[in-house]
Structure formats: structure tokens, C-alpha cells
Design a protein. Structure first.
Length: 80
């Protein structure tokens, strides 16, 4: 999901998350446990924002990507 916000100078990542109300729509998100970032770089919830920053909330992975690739490769070898 994506929101475009206008926040006052000095706003933080946490301010942006609260302003977009994503936590009300997705109560399973816990910003005290989930990692957050700006443009793919991990930051703290109290990190200041700059104009144009993209705030991201990272959820835990359901499956290990390496293990998924291994299984896919193994199944491909069996077919040959």
C-alpha cells in the first residue's frame, strides 16, 4: 500500500506511520517489533524524515528464500 503525506518539518518515521493510519487498518503490525526503513535501509522509528522519503514497514518472511530456491532447484533436477 502507498500513502502520500504532508508532514511538518522534524517529523519522524513513527509520525509518518501513525499519520497514514496503517496500524488501524492492519492491527497485526507492531512497530515496536517490526523493522522499519527508508528506501530499503533500516532505520529507527524515531529517525527524522526528509522530503520525498519512502517509509517502509518490514514483516517477517513466511519462508526462507534460500530454502525455497533449494526446493525449486531440487524439484527441477528430479524432472530431468
Amino acid at each position: 500500500m502507498q500513502w502520500h503525506l504532508r508532514l511538518p518539518p522534524g517529523s519522524t518515521v513513527g509520525d509518518a506511520i501513525r499519520a497514514c493510519r496503517v496500524l488501524a487498518q492492519y492491527p497485526e503490525i507492531d512497530i515496536n517489533r517490526n523493522r522499519v526503513g527508508i528506501f530499503g535501509r533500516l532505520v529507527q522509528i524515531d529517525s527524522p524524515l526528509r522530503d520525498g522519503d519512502r517509509v517502509e514497514i518490514y514483516r517477517p518472511l513466511n519462508a526462507d528464500p534460500k530454502e525455497v530456491r533449494r526446493r525449486r532447484a531440487a524439484s527441477g533436477k528430479k524432472r530431468a
